[in-house]
Design a binder for this molecule. Structure first.
Ligand SMILES: [Zn+2]
Length: 249
């Protein structure tokens, strides 16, 4: 098929995708050399960006099967890219590493919908589960309650209640979701095991006069923070403004 500037050989692109994906996924683990991870990060981003352009072109030409296939390939590469970011920041910024992990997992969940090999689906899903158990064993999450304005559909940009698209379904390489809503009033924040957004997590807590990093379990300093009185103190993210995987072209 043709994009605006060049002719794209989809078979060649598929081969390139398979070799890049396999070449990175099966070598990406905790003992991987840092320069190699930097290279994996670069390779996955370059190919993901290229595939995204093909996806956009297929969307504009209304070729749904190609657009959807490109979304799947893009999602797989974006999840690898984010896993590289996670490994690279695990010591320098473990909280950021957790967010990279959740982003990678979200793109990964989208990617496995397109995997044709069931063994690879299991392998990929288990890879994420193993990382989480090993690197982030004791996360605590927040869920914020709030009133908000209605949002618009990512596919047709009409108010969500007025359109016929179904949230979570994929149309021409794009995931339907609600966007553009605003918070009117905050209500409450609760500790939960299964939050809607796992980027809302506790960073640290104070115990017996000492702040502890929730992710690393290291003792940390929090100068200027108030003293606990009757309750106990926690620090964390209660709301994020991330863009869900695949909702925008
Ligand atoms: Zn719609």
């Amino acid at each position: 098929m043709a994009t605006e500037h060049e002719y794209i050989d989809l078979e060649e692109l598929d081969k390139n995708f398979v070799s890049t994906f396999d070449g990175i996924f099966f070598k990406l683990n905790a003992s991987t050399n840092k320069e190699l991870v930097e290279d994996f990060k670069f390779q996955s981003k370059v190919l993901a960006d290229k595939i995204r352009q093909v996806k956009i072109s297929a969307n504009k030409q209304r070729i749904e099967d190609v657009a959807n296939e490109m979304l799947g390939k893009e999602a797989a590469l974006r999840s690898l890219y984010l896993l590289c970011e996670m490994w690279l920041s695990i010591f320098s910024n473990p909280h950021k590493a957790w967010v990279y992990y959740v982003d990678a997992e979200e793109w990964g969940e989208l990617a496995v919908k397109f995997f044709r090999n069931p063994r690879l689906v299991t392998l990929y899903t288990n890879y994420f589960k193993s990382i989480e158990l090993l690197l982030f064993p004791q996360m605590v999450f927040f869920s914020a309650g709030f009133n908000r304005t209605p949002g618009k559909c990512t596919i047709c940009e009409l108010p969500m209640k007025e359109c016929e698209h179904i949230e979570g379904r994929i149309y021409f390489g794009q995931v339907c979701d609600e966007f553009g809503w605003k918070i009117i009033e905050a209500d409450h924040v609760a500790f939960v095991d299964h939050p809607r957004d796992r980027r809302c997590f506790s960073h640290a807590y104070k115990s017996d006069g000492q702040w502890i990093d929730r992710v690393t379990r290291a003792k940390i300093e929090r100068p200027g923070k108030p003293d606990e009185e009757d309750g106990f103190l926690v620090e964390g993210t209660i709301l994020t403004a991330h863009t869900p995987a695949g909702v925008f072209l």
